[in-house]
Design a protein around this ligand. Structure first.
Ligand SMILES: NC(=O)c1ccc[n+]([C@@H]2O[C@H](COP(=O)([O-])OP(=O)(O)OC[C@H]3O[C@@H](n4cnc5c(N)ncnc54)[C@H](OP(=O)(O)O)[C@@H]3O)[C@@H](O)[C@H]2O)c1
Length: 347
């Protein structure tokens, strides 16, 4: 089935255009000159009929309806699972490619879960369908280890994630900023602030995003595994096509604004030297190895690549390596990966 083209231009919809990922889609479509003939934006009731300026033109925000989703070639969904569950199948039925950022369809065997540089070949580009964009932590992990898996083979992965608050959407991002400000203001106002003892500081009673680490992202299952950890495990297995891969994950929400970090223990199928390892990873132009410094999470902010630093051999296992992987969760972890999928489809 061919795309509805008008001189190789495409009609594109963004569902959730006012959110963090939606905004990133708007920037990327412009910056990467995605060939667009029509852009249709959707958001919740409170924003319907408001205007967004994109590429110097005003665009109205539409309500989701069967009719409003007609005649689109690509629809990017970034409004959460509930919205995707109802509206993504309708957009597909209306003959669009659907690229969904939520977790709604990721586990379905029939739904392709795609990181273009890793497994684009799993997508049948002659059949329009719903494509799932993987979870942000999964994308940066599989992108970083892709070449090692293909050249050497991976035996096991242990990963601890340090996930910024932007991963939870714009409301939580604003809450973190507000809570940090209020808490700091209160402390600074207290007499002899610089002489305060830790015992004199009253921590907020309710769960605070500010100055706190939350090792509990999403709901928990009977085995004590949280949703975010489950996603990393299941999605990595699905993308690498290794349903029995030995992988465990520990996901922690940290009070930073943007970009996720991951401490990874990676066991390969055989022993290789560090120069060999670096050479294999470096072959992928989307990966940047930072040799001399540490790739702090700020460093990856607004950058398209996945950064790897602190690569070193595990002294307890000759085949195992430790590394620090960081990437912008809104870009490669969401909107950029989705646009790269669409770009490969139209190529
Ligand atoms: N943030 C990340 O790092 C990241 C990474 C990977 C995947 N994702 C996924 O991407 C999706 C969006 O995340 P986000 O961080 O951008 O969230 P967000 O900042 O909270 O934005 C949510 C968007 O959904 C829209 N929306 C809510 N209810 C709607 C409705 N009934 N009809 C139409 N639109 C509606 C909102 O519109 P209003 O502004 O009008 O409320 C807003 O545009 C989620 O599924 C998330 O899991 C996020």
């Amino acid at each position: 089935m061919k795309l509805k083209k008008s001189k190789n231009l495409y009609k594109v919809g963004i569902v959730g255009a006012t959110g963090l990922v939606g905004n990133s889609f708007l920037d990327l479509l412009k910056d990467r000159k995605f060939p667009i003939s029509e852009l249709k934006l959707f958001a919740s009731k409170k924003n319907v009929n408001k205007k967004i300026i994109w590429n110097k033109k005003q665009h109205t925000i539409y309500k989701l309806s069967k009719k409003n989703l007609e005649n689109l070639d690509f629809v990017f969904f970034c409004a959460g699972s509930k919205i995707s569950k109802v509206w993504a199948p309708i957009a597909k039925k209306n003959n669009a490619w659907v690229i969904d950022n939520s977790s709604q369809f990721r586990k379905k065997t029939s739904t392709p879960l795609i990181v273009p540089e890793v497994n684009f070949n799993k997508l049948n580009i002659n059949k329009k369908t719903i494509i799932s964009n993987p979870n942000c932590s999964t994308i940066q992990l599989v992108a970083a280890i892709n070449n090692l898996e293909k050249k050497i083979g991976i035996k096991s992965i242990q990963v601890a994630t340090y996930q910024s608050i932007s991963g939870a959407g714009h409301k939580h991002l604003l809450s973190l900023i507000r809570d940090s400000y209020n808490f700091s203001k209160k402390l600074i106002k207290s007499k002899n602030f610089l002489k305060l003892k830790l015992s004199e500081i009253i921590f907020p009673k309710k769960t605070s995003l500010a100055f706190n680490l939350l090792p509990c992202i999403g709901g928990v299952n009977a085995q004590g595994v949280f949703k975010e950890e489950e996603k990393i495990i299941n999605e990595t297995r699905k993308i690498l096509q290794k349903p029995k891969l030995n992988i465990s994950a520990f996901a922690v929400r940290v009070p930073t604004l943007n970009t996720h970090g991951e401490a990874v223990w990676l066991e390969l199928n055989k022993k290789i030297t560090k120069p060999e390892l670096l050479k294999i990873i470096k072959k992928d132009k989307n990966i940047t190895i930072i040799k001399k410094n540490v790739a702090l999470t700020h460093f990856a902010h607004q950058k398209p690549n996945v950064f790897i630093s602190r690569i070193r051999k595990n002294p307890n296992n000759q085949n195992s390596w430790l590394m620090w992987i960081t990437s912008d969760n809104i870009l490669k972890g969401a909107a950029l990966n989705a646009i790269q999928i669409a770009e490969r489809i139209i190529k």
